[in-house]
Design a binder for this molecule. Sequence first.
Ligand code: GLN
Length: 311
Amino acid sequence: MKPEEKIIDYKSILDNIYSSISQEENKGAIATYIPELAKIESANFGVCLLTRKNEEFGVGNWQVKFSIQSISKVLSLSLAYQIFGDKIWERVDVEPSGTPFNSLVQLESDHGIPRNPFMNSGAMVICDMLVSYYKNPKEDFLSAIRELCHSSEINYSETVAKSEASVGYRNKALCNFIKSFGNIENEPEEVLDFYFHICSIEMSCQELSRVFMFLANPNFTTTKGTKVLSLSQTKRVNAIMQTCGFYDESGEFSFRVGLPGKSGVGGGIVAIYPEKYCITAWSPKLNEKGNSYRGMKFLEEFTTKTEQSIF
Ligand code: GLN
């Protein structure tokens, strides 16, 4: 027999953690290397918890849209996995890199095979696959995300995409370098344009928790009534989030929070409790590893106070 499920008062736990963290110093710094991201108000702080039973709890600025940045890499990976299946692992590995998100160093010795799909290099290879597959890559990707989110209100920010492209020398170097090894099929300009756009998608904590439900709820279907990934594929995407979702801070996130998750330099973090819930936290100030300072702190307290963890 299954042990009785503990009744947890999510609302009061969320409210308490939110008010105690709000009173503490908001450490870290906003990402300024993308000029448009530097304009965001650093006091923003929101959280949304969505359970498998469809109970939704929001606190603070949980309905304000922000730049999801690298969180989009989980969505692009999942769609590519749905389309190409295990063939994608011929072009990108699944090992933690222990390096910053935009690192080039391992690519030379690894012959252009990125360590994992959540580093910029790996995400670029996944983008290349989607660019080859879709007829109209930007439009088709956005439609797929809207179907996942059950909302037509999801859009790219042309301003943020343009802003990143104007300074994206390192990403351009990465894409061209991988192309030199033959692991990018399309023209780097097209792949980069797609990559900058998917990073520029704007969503709120509420929308992110909804869009990521397919990794928490095995019965989830899109607006078209289709499943996104098989159970085994879902397990694998969650496993990569667990081991690689926070770049060279992935071990620390596992240690402190104990859930698979993914961060973005816009200050968002999505975390999944498989078969239970999806939680998104947003606060734009980042620690030195590029992960939201308050977001990480919030999630650590949340799994501690709820006494629920996958470990
Ligand atoms: N678009 C950003 C970049 O490539 C994404 C980085 C991130 O969120 N970690 O630099």
